[in-house]
Ligand binder design. Sequence first.
Ligand code: DAH
Length: 349
Amino acid sequence: MALADDLDLARAEAEAGFAAAADAAAVETVRIAFLGRQGRLKALQDTFRSAPPEDKRVLGPKLNASKAAIEAALQAAQTRVSAVEIDAPIDLTEPKPRQRPGSLHPLSVLAHEIEDVFRSMGFAVIDGPHIELDDYNFTRLNIPENHPARDAQDTFWLDHPQHGANSRLLRTHTSSVQSRIYQLAGSGQLPKDQPFRYVVVGKVFRYEAIDATHDNTFTQVEGFVVDREITVAHLVGAIRTMLGAALKRDDVEVRLRPAFYPFVEPGFDVDVRAPGADPSVRYHRWMELMGCGLIHPDVLAAGGIDPTQWSGFAFGMGLERLAMIRHGIADIRVMNGADLRSLRQFAAG
Ligand code: DAH
């Protein structure tokens, strides 16, 4: 009987096929070929149906036995390949993925260090609103409406600037907090007739063309002291102490150049340089870091503080620039870029 031979052959081939299949896809191919709707077994069942009844008595059990054997071979193959797939990728000697703890942004690390230095010199750390009034950001700092100094700090206005002192804007510098403190001190809302020292660390905003050293959002550290007979020597001393701590070296070179800021008189720009640095590297040369000076008498008077009794110094520094010098970063955009591959290099600890 040809069908009996065909059944034996199909069973032998199926068993060999399943035994040789190396993965789940190969097992599936063999299954479709033998047990699929158009597979070999289906064709043999059709042949069986048209066999004479006396043959069917013999062939029936053989057909069932062949089908059962092929299905058993399928099951065995499926169990085998799934075990292979689980086993293969596990390498018990492989180190497990390292858990990476979070870390502070390099600017935050630096800000905390600077705040600590100033606290050690008796300063209080404060901040003011990001959305500021024209009055505090400009007018009380001796930058009246239509003064050309406003052009140097073009900003994002929330109201039309022509609304005057109460127009709202994103503060262009942390010097705005000076105005607020002078007003509080002058009106007796802070302990009256007492010297004070504050440092402000916060975000400021400018309508800037962005490049390697300018961003439209950056961080300023503003420090100011009001006391009796304050001189430029006090100012320079505070700046040197801060820079030494922030750059972790006591040999940082500092130079002052005369500069104009409406809220100080005299005013200076401060440049810094790390000695022994490679002058061919851009940020190893003198780099402008901050403005500073002795607080203009009109600015104290605008807050109600008597400038014949009181004097002070103030400075304002870009924190990103200092971080760039400290870490040798050539582009300020790394700071706000949120690219963890860059920032992780400067993680503390
Ligand atoms: N506010 C100035 C700016 O953002 C920086 C500055 C200059 C602050 C001189 C000061 C200062 O306190 O005395 O450009």
